[in-house]
Ligand binder design. Structure first.
Ligand SMILES: [Zn+2]
Length: 1149
């Protein structure tokens, strides 16, 4: 006890001293800056020097405080007592007392309430039996008197599915179809108040709004107010739910909801997702958090639909797997039949339903493929037609528990012509009138919106005293017929799936720095105004455009890779331009924040003060590092740490000298560095460019400055290389580096690398990983393999959507000539690179103390442009005894258990992986963390494989009309983590809920939010820069700052308000795999996990909040806590529930 108390005491005293010094310096600085404004003579220079000195001292102290605080916290933690600075109601814990931290996970294990989709999968035979008229279902019967007491209430919901890009670009669809659809909607709904319509895609709606005049806008508002037009979901797009990350999913929802609130003053109540290729509970969580009460989903495996129809569970309360309460429940309606078009929505028989799509009347362009055309409704046929339709309605109604029936009326890009409105509403009105005139039929039908339907449903359920069943799980992997599983799109166009995440990380970093810069400016001026030279509006417009590009790409034909080639180019160009534009905002914000003398700020768009250290030349190119010219004058490197954690990171830049020094610009302290070769060819090192890597200690959200100078010969540690190639030793050119080990006698010995935590052994022949040892544990089997999948030889072949591999399964990758293997060893990192014809594969170990040293970095550069109908896979083969179970993430938000089932075809056992997957047994867990979305499977025990790229020559008959052959040189990045588990033996049965470990969370955070390196100009006139340290300590390691997003001014459009959306995600985590050495951060105690009070002022100190108000996830005003709950002065307290995202409307300074 004494031993622990002493450093604590010393640390505490030190903190107090440093803090008072800080206050004093701050006061002095303020006073002296005032003096500076007066005309000064020779004193000026001396004064400036003094300030410089003080600044250096101040920064050094600040950073020391951050480091000290972090280390104190983790030292203090094992005692488990209170007193943690961040958390008021609990305590900080370290892995030493791990089990209490797992109560949440434990509490969730084996929950039996409601329906668990994994159990349904175990139960179903997947026999694809012929169901008759409803091919994938069954014959539905009824007596006819079921509705005598409670009449059937039918709500016909007109809709038009508008893809923001697919066969045409967003712009072309808008010009050719969408604007006409919306214009007609306005006229036709105004004509007849009985007509209704729903609209989902705000990207289109907002574009159209900009085109229409004030009078039309007033008409729109009237229609919305009268309940004739309903905006459903209200997202920027109808988002993909497999590949999209929850940051982007939420951001596109915020963008849409904010637009709706501003222009229409309403909020969406019901969700509508009829086309995404499978459905995720993460989306359900976000919709619920955004204040929606209901949702509709459609693309669900046909066998699951049939089962749910038999059980009358097509309507259910979708509950999060991890939620032990009904808090996350949202009412969900699953459409029972094959599609959302008219033939598949009125009832089970498409041949009949198609006759009630009056857009397909004879003489028009559209027809019914079932050979029976619709007929206009006349006095002569109305009885026969009405009864035919009623029969379908009644059959469909038997699949649901209430007597309210939802019948969508629409299809892709419907109501382009005004005449379609006349045809649909005229004919249906006659049928509705007929029903009204015949009360003996016990049916009422009318046009309605989605919320009309759900209101009626809830009314009926309440009256019946019936509650809907709860359901847990997800709806992947989707199959629409036979063995046609939609697992191809989990990987299609992987280049853009990765570019998406690059934009996402850039956007988040920019949002945070921009918000902080604005807050600092207001504080600096003291009058709440911004600095005149800072292009606030321009930058806010860039930020908005960036948000919208990322949002647009979340569309279910965007990030999925299922658009035509020119549309892919259009998306890619938008992503690329947004990254470029956001970088300007980022650079400019960092510039202002770093300047010691703010009066030196200027904005020059064509020649920014600082620039990122890499260049992306086009939408289809990978980033390329810009070589830095070094001299004896120090070059300033500015590093931004976009994570809320203090981290040791390896910063990598390209320089023009093999000798360089890196020092911390504030303290002058030299940093550990390594010079490596830049390989122009696999065996030829560049003589002009060199890679400089150094270890940077980066406080949370900080901007830190380093100086790089050209050093004397031999000053920096250079990497040493060995080359291997079986049979044919390579000739290596590398004049600045030591090369050895060409084909020596011991060449059969495995190649090995190790750092403090891990040792690895690789094949001398291929360089691929074979064994791994987590020190001090035993040597484990972990092999890396590469394999090819081909496609079926029959008519149905893989395409952009479908994965239809040949019967032979995966074939081991083999090459005619042995690969070149290059091993590099240095003090900062060591790696093994294998150069194969179709890919370059690198496994790297960092020699770092922090969490970065505890995982293996894997990177691939893939090029399969020469191939024909092939998919390349990376497979890990381990000795983990996971049986047929593994876990993959859903949208980076939660983990979902997967079961590999032999009764399903191979392609059905592939799942989306947005950021993580793991295998585990009683004693260990192997996690693969990724920086891009792709397909994942565990086909045999111990195995985990990811699909890297796919090149497919043909269309797969889902409307796209082409294959995927626009492959590019594509990068992928991972961290592989092996962890010991304790108490994991119970993990064998049940649909258990699992979380990533804290170490895995931190590793994933670092992987997805790499430090951003900027370079200042080389001239000696560089103004004085000081580090920017907005946080005094790291956030607890289970709390993630999802975003700090400046909101738009409510009066002045395109301008930032003083309000910022603070989005915090408290992650669930697993403690059975606590790391051997403790982590450098604390986490919240779980004893009171449901009511954890967090003091935001202490969490974000010295960042200050003027006021804090909790709001809904999309920051709608009506979701705000009442004015009385506003917290104008400290303490600003927030409740953070585990697994949950919390949104606050704050004013920050
Ligand atoms: Zn669509």
């Amino acid at each position: 006890m004494k031993r622990k108390l002493f450093p604590l005491l010393v640390g505490g005293v030190f903190c107090v001293v440093v803090m008072s010094l800080y206050r004093m310096l701050e006061m002095m600085q303020g006073a002296e800056l005032q003096h500076l404004e007066a005309p000064a003579g020779q004193d000026f220079y001396r004064l400036q020097q003094q300030i410089d000195k003080l600044e250096r001292l101040l920064s050094a102290n600040n950073r020391l405080v951050v480091t000290l605080r972090d280390s104190l916290l983790h030292r203090q933690a094992p005692q488990g007592g209170g007193g943690a600075v961040n958390v008021s109601a609990g305590s900080a814990h370290s892995p030493a007392d791990a089990p209490p931290g797992c109560r949440l996970a434990q509490g969730m294990k084996g929950r039996a309430d409601g329906v668990q989709l994994l159990d349904v999968y175990n139960l179903l035979p997947f026999d694809n039996a012929d169901g008759g008229a409803w091919k994938q279902g069954f014959e539905i019967s009824y007596r006819g008197n079921e509705w005598d007491e409670q009449p059937l209430e039918v709500l016909l919901v007109p809709h038009s599915h508008n893809d923001p890009g697919w066969l045409k670009t967003f712009e072309n669809y808008y010009q050719d179809q969408t604007r006409h659809i919306l214009n007609n909607m306005l006229i036709k709904l105004t004509e007849d108040s009985r007509r209704k319509m729903i609209w989902a895609e705000i990207s289109y709606f907002s574009k159209w709004w900009n085109d229409i005049d004030e009078q039309k806008r007033e008409m729109v508002k009237r229609l919305v107010g009268a309940g004739q037009l309903e905006l459903v979901t209200g997202g920027w797009v109808m988002a993909d739910e497999a590949n999209s990350h929850y940051f982007a999913l939420l951001d596109q929802l915020i963008e849409g909801h904010q637009w709706i609130q501003r222009h229409l003053g309403v909020r969406p109540r019901s969700g509508w997702a009829v086309d995404p290729f499978g459905h995720s509970p993460s989306m359900a969580y976000l919709l619920k958090g955004a204040g929606l009460s209901n949702m509709v989903i459609q693309r669900v495996h046909y066998a699951v639909k049939k089962h749910f129809a038999q059980q009358q569970t097509l309507e259910f309360l979708w509950r999060q797997s991890w939620d032990s309460s009904p808090r996350s429940d949202i009412t969900c309606h699953m459409m029972p039949f094959y599609s959302y078009d008219v033939p598949h929505t009125c009832g089970p028989n498409p041949a009949v339903c198609c006759q009630f799509d009056f857009h397909r009347l004879p003489g028009g362009r559209a027809m019914c493929p079932w050979k029976k055309s619709p007929q206009p409704i006349t006095e002569q046929n109305v009885q026969e037609r009405a009864l035919l339709l009623l029969d379908q309605y009644r059959q469909k109604s038997r699949l649901f528990r209430s007597h309210v029936l939802l019948v969508p009326l629409g299809d892709d890009f419907r109501f382009v012509e005004a005449s379609e409105w006349d045809a649909q509403s005229g004919n249906y009105q006659k049928l509705f009138d007929y029903f009204d005139q015949h009360p003996e039929l016990h049916v009422k039908a009318r046009f309605g919106t989605l919320s009309d339907y759900f209101e009626a449903l809830h009314r009926r359920l309440d009256a019946m005293g019936t509650a809907l069943p709860a359901l847990r799980g997800d709806f992947f992997t989707y199959a629409d017929r036979d063995d046609h599983y939609w697992s191809g799109y989990f990987t299609s166009r992987p280049f853009y799936k990765r570019l998406d995440r690059t934009l996402e990380a850039t956007l988040r970093a920019t949002e945070i720095l921009f918000s902080l810069a604005l807050a600092e400016m207001r504080r600096f001026r003291g009058d709440g105004l911004l600095v005149a030279d800072f292009p606030v509006r321009e930058h806010f417009r860039r930020l908005t455009a960036g948000r919208r590009s990322l949002a647009l790409f979340q569309h279910h034909d965007g990030i999925t890779g299922t658009s035509r080639d020119p549309v892919v180019v259009d998306y890619g160009t938008r992503l690329f331009h947004s990254i470029m534009n956001l970088r300007q905002v980022l650079q400019s914000s960092a510039h202002w924040l770093l300047l010691l003398d703010k009066s030196q700020y200027y904005h020059n768009q064509s020649k920014p003060f600082m620039q990122l250290d890499d260049v992306i030349s086009a939408h289809n190119a990978l980033p390329l590092k810009t070589p830095l010219a070094l001299s004896n004058e120090p070059r300033s490197l500015i590093i931004f740490n976009p994570t809320e954690q203090l981290r040791s990171s390896v910063i990598s830049v390209v320089v023009d000298s093999p000798d360089a020094d890196v020092v911390d610009a504030t303290t002058g302290q030299p940093m550990a560095a390594q010079i490596s070769a830049v390989w122009a060819e696999p065996t030829q090192a560049s003589t002009e460019q060199f890679q400089l890597d150094f270890v940077a200690e980066l406080p949370p959200l900080s901007l830190v400055v380093y100086h790089v100078t050209k050093a004397s010969f031999g000053s920096a540690h250079r990497a040493r290389y060995t080359f291997h190639r079986r049979g044919n030793p390579p000739a290596v050119q590398s004049e600045h580096f030591q090369v050895s080990g060409l084909e020596r006698p011991e060449a059969d010995a495995p190649l090995s690398l190790s750092n403090k935590h891990i040792s690895i052994w690789s094949s001398p022949e291929t360089g691929l990983l074979q064994k791994l040892r987590l020190l001090p544990g035993p040597v484990r089997e972990v092999q890396v393999q590469f394999l090819w999948y081909g496609t079926q030889r029959n008519q149905d072949k893989s395409g952009a959507y479908l994965f239809l591999p040949g019967e032979e399964g995966a074939q081991l990758y083999s090459s005619s000539e042995p690969p070149l293997v290059r091993v590099s060893r240095g003090p900062v990192f060591s790696d093994i690179t294998s150069c194969f014809r179709h890919f370059t594969h690198t496994v790297r170990l960092y020699h770092l103390d922090g969490h970065a040293g505890r995982s293996l970095e894997i990177s691939n550069m893939v090029d399969i442009r020469s191939e024909f109908n092939r998919e390349l896979v990376m497979r890990l083969v381990s000795d983990v005894a996971n049986g047929n179970r593994f876990y993959s993430d859903l949208n980076g938000f939660q983990m979902q258990q997967r079961r590999t089932l032999q009764k399903l075809p191979l392609q059905a056992n592939f799942y989306p992986m947005t950021s993580a997957a793991f295998l585990q047994d009683a004693t260990s867990r192997m996690s693969l963390l990724s920086a891009q979305s792709q397909a994942v499977a565990s086909l045999r025990p111990g195995e985990l494989e990811v699909v890297l790229d796919r090149r497919l020559q043909q269309d797969d008959n889902r409307g796209l009309g082409q294959g995927v052959t626009d492959n590019k040189l594509t990068a992928s990045l991972y961290h592989l983590l092996l962890e010991d588990r304790r108490g994991g033996a119970e993990e064998v049965g049940g649909a258990s809920v699992e979380h990533m470990s804290l170490l895995a969370h931190l590793t994933s955070l670092s992987l997805n939010h790499l430090p951003i390196t900027m370079v200042a100009p080389s001239d000696s006139q560089v103004p004085k820069l000081r580090p920017f340290l907005p946080l005094r300590s790291s956030l607890p390691c289970d709390v993630h700052l999802l975003n700090l997003r400046t909101l738009e001014d409510s009066q002045e459009s395109d301008s930032p308000s003083q309000e910022v959306a603070l989005l915090l995600h408290r992650k669930g985590f697993d403690c059975s795999s606590a790391p051997q050495a403790p982590l450098q951060c604390t986490w919240s105690a779980q004893e009171e996990y449901s009511s954890l009070q967090v003091d935001l002022d202490r969490l974000f100190s010295p960042l200050r909040f003027h006021s804090v108000r909790r709001s809904g996830l999309t920051l709608l005003r009506e979701d705000d806590q009442p004015e009385s709950a506003r917290q104008p002065a400290p303490p600003h307290v927030a409740r953070l529930r585990p697994m949950e995202i919390s949104a606050f409307r704050v004013e920050v300074a």
